[in-house]
Design a protein around this ligand. Structure first.
Ligand code: OAD
Length: 251
């Protein structure tokens, strides 16, 4: 099937469904200018995850880890949500049952207006006190003090994100599984589908009867299972689908 036909088919399916679950990855923010992890200019091509995104790396050198997060926060602060984020935010109001599950920590979905959102890997604008485990918003860019310390108890603060070797927040993961059990259609947008447990969510949804639609620049391990794989930019394909859904509703 050609891309145009797939876009039409997906718009038709979505137009008739009351429930939608979306899973996003770094690709949805790529058109805003946020680097992905595994692409040609991906973060894991330039940096070693073992040095920057593990609890061991943080205990070894919190300053180095925070410098990297401070650099990423500076980059993210300068960018804006793109049409993909905006369409997803609009769909939350359109579908009676809607959940957005994201692996992204950049906060751009929230900035675009999404509220029914499960941030599987945390949020780069939140910090956590290592002593009291208290989670606080922190939007200081650049950070005045690196590493930052808790204003209440003086302990080290860490980014409130999930690092390699760490478990995902249990309540958020459970809510994500529940969304997969009940969703009739799941769209998987801009993720390499390589990192677990996020990569399993579409397969779980499919086992529970969901239609799987993937949007990505290129085939991924999920493409083999997906009912529809739409290859192209999320910021271009999502507005096309959106336009068709609403055109049909108006007719
Ligand atoms: P990746 O960098 O692994 O994958 C990004 C995906 O987006 C790739 O499959 C690209 O082909 C696709 N892509 C790029 N630009 C796109 C565009 N404009 N439209 C559509 N697709 C596009 O990022 P993730 O899958 O999100 O985890 O990575 C998953 C996790 O690995 C991240 O959350 C992070 C990382 O290590 C943690 O930090 C815990």
């Amino acid at each position: 099937m050609m891309l145009d036909d797939k876009v039409k088919k997906v718009a038709e399916i979505l137009g008739n469904q009351p429930s939608l679950t979306i899973l996003t990855g770094a690709g949805v923010s790529a058109e805003s200018g946020v680097p992905t992890f595994r692409g040609p200019d991906g973060l894991w091509r330039q940096f070693r995850a073992e040095d920057l995104a593990t609890p061991e790396a943080f205990y070894r050198n919190p300053k180095l880890v925070w410098e990297w997060y401070d650099w990423r926060r500076q980059k993210i602060q300068k960018v804006k949500p793109n049409p993909a984020h905006l369409v997803i935010a609009r769909w939350e109001k359109y579908f009676p049952s809607f959940i957005l599950i994201t692996q992204n920590v950049d906060g751009l979905h929230r900035q675009a207006g999404s509220t029914k959102i499960l941030e599987l890997h945390g949020n780069i604008w939140w910090v956590r006190c290592l002593k009291e485990n208290k989670v606080m918003e922190n939007r200081q860019v650049p950070l005045i003090q690196i590493p930052p310390l808790c204003s209440d108890c003086g302990s080290l603060l860490r980014p409130h994100v999930v690092w390699f070797g760490e478990a995902l927040p249990a309540d958020i993961l459970e809510a994500a599984f529940n969304a997969c059990y009940r969703s009739e259609i799941m769209m998987v947008i801009g993720t390499s589908a390589l990192v677990q447990p996020a990569a399993s969510l579409p397969l779980i949804a499919q086992q529970h009867g969901a239609i799987i639609v993937e949007i990505n620049l290129e085939p991924t391990p999920l493409s083999h299972y997906a009912d529809y794989s739409l290859y192209g930019k999320a910021g271009e394909i999502l507005p096309l689908i959106d336009e068709l859904i609403f055109k049909e509703k108006m007719e």
